[in-house]
Design a binder for this molecule. Sequence first.
Ligand SMILES: [Zn+2]
Length: 188
Amino acid sequence: MCSPVGHSLAALVIGTTKKSNRLTLNYLVFCIFSGVVADLDFLIGWYMGDLNGYHRLGSHSVFAAILYGLVVYGIIRFFKRPEEAEKLSSWPFLGGLMYLSHIVLDWLAEDNSEPVGLQLLWPLSDQFMASPVSLFPRFVHEAEGADILGMFADLFSRHNFSVMILELVIFLPLLLLMLWRKFRTPRQ
Ligand SMILES: [Zn+2]
């Protein structure tokens, strides 16, 4: 699993691909939320008394990314006036891509838990899938069965700090490159 820092930066990189999208506070919050929302599956586990019991399941699948894009589309269509919805027309697709980036990054990250990987193809398959090579070190957020205090103790460990630094080193230059590209030429 990657950290919220890596997921957020990756989502922001995707969010800056469309030059016409203004980097408003709402848009930045949307990008970051779309990048990390898959990990809210922890809240279900917390509510059910098993913090990790629902992590890396259907929430970490390609289907969930598509569903998220559709939900964003539905919310915009339902709650926004047509002229506003038109301005936000790229949000569902980009949001789905940001969600998907979370799945891909977690898939590429080191994972020592059992079973290893994610339910990538849920609901077609319950199989857990992991990348044959790990490109990112594991962001530790739980000892198996840990409670919420154990999770917080893990979150602020020295190891996790080094993981976040590495993710910053990887994704921040990419984000800066995208920002430079975005502002270098007029919006299209
Ligand atoms: Zn995740």
